[in-house]
Write a protein that binds this ligand. Structure first.
Ligand code: NAD
Length: 306
């Protein structure tokens, strides 16, 4: 459809990066902060400079994008008529609560507010709000100006709120995922803590040194995970996909007896994941393999390994 109005409330490291994403996608973007608009404009300009330097956008498009963004110290001006508000103020519950109160007094129940919080649960954020059903988490991943991931979490919120957040993030060019339970670290930080704990154990147990832990990830699974995640990666090595992998290799891959059954239980999900991939990413094991190998070549060339 046409462009949506996005308000970014609190525009430090995270807010400025996400605002740039939305503006580059042609959305109507307003940034609100307690800092001076000129200061915020400077922060956003630096994000755009980074993107130009990295080759993501050209200078002309960056300048044009910056000129189309609005900066204000007036919260009412920022959020009036907004379709979607991304809250990126400092990680203080009281501050987030008072911010939602002010926004909802202006917007009523028509605007979805997503918090960038890394550590607060949506139920705590929504507590005492005028319209708790419109407050959810939309957790970005650093560097937010480049990494597409957004974790939506709002088990208390109606599906309509979640759907509107999904739509808003897609319009910003992000790749939203839905975390259906309030778990510490949501999906991805809790996964990376598992890898972090394992990595430290390898060093402290004398299995290998620090550099080899990181090399082992960077030159092997890290590359694969970048293209097919974890669960789809597991079905890539087998002609018959995940189900065959689960049957054939489940016994050796599993470290606990119950895991053999668990592998079978997620096979349908892997099928859905494959079906949902874009045509360019490949929708059969053969196509995905071709796409994967092309991606590896690009990354390895960049790293001077090819
Ligand atoms: P930051 O300190 O860089 O930015 C916070 C901004 O909020 C500043 O520009 C500040 O001037 C502004 N601010 C302060 N009080 C305000 C108020 N009352 N109203 C409006 N704006 C106000 O912080 P950040 O790193 O961008 O973090 C923002 C949120 O994003 C936090 O909830 C944090 O947990 C979350 N987050 C951070 C990261 C990260 O790596 N930095 C990653 C994911 C999520």
């Amino acid at each position: 459809g046409g462009s949506m109005k996005f308000a970014f409330v609190g525009t430090g490291m995270i807010g400025s990066g996400l605002a740039v994403n939305a503006a580059l996608r042609g959305q109507d973007v307003v940034l609100y902060d307690v800092a001076e608009p000129e200061t915020v404009k400077g922060t956003v300009g630096k994000v755009l400079d980074i993107l130009v330097e990295a080759g993501a956008v050209d200078r002309e498009r960056a300048d044009e994008t910056l000129s189309k963004m609005s900066f204000t110290k007036d919260l009412a001006e920022a959020v009036t008529g907004a379709d979607f508000v991304q809250e990126c103020v400092p990680e203080k519950l009281e501050l987030k609560h008072s911010t939602y109160r002010q926004i909802q007094e202006i917007c009523g129940d028509s605007t979805v507010i997503a918090s960038s919080t890394s550590g607060m649960f949506p139920s705590a954020l929504a507590e005492g709000a005028l319209y708790p059903e419109r407050i959810i988490v939309g957790h970005p991943y650093n560097p937010s100006y480049l990494l597409p991931l957004i974790e939506i979490c709002g088990p208390h919120a109606p599906q309509e709120t979640i759907d509107r957040a999904l739509e808003a993030y897609r319009a910003m060019g992000k790749e939203p995922v839905v975390c259906r339970k309030e778990v510490t670290g949501f999906i991805v930080n809790s996964l990376s803590w598992g890898v972090m704990d394992g990595a430290i154990d390898k060093v402290l147990d004398g299995v290998c040194d620090v550099e080899d832990v990181d090399k082992a990830i960077m030159y092997g699974p890290g590359l694969r995970m970048a293209v097919t995640g974890q669960l789809l990666t597991m079905s890539m090595g087998v002609q018959g996909g995940f189900r065959e992998m689960a049957e054939k290799y489940g016994k050796t891959a599993a470290r606990r007896p119950d895991q053999i059954e668990h592998y079978g239980q997620i096979a349908d999900g892997v099928d859905e994941e494959i079906a949902d991939r874009s045509g360019a990413q490949g929708r059969t094991v053969e196509e995905i393999t071709k796409f994967r190998d092309k991606a590896f070549v690009g990354l390895l060339k960049l790293q001077g390994k090819l």
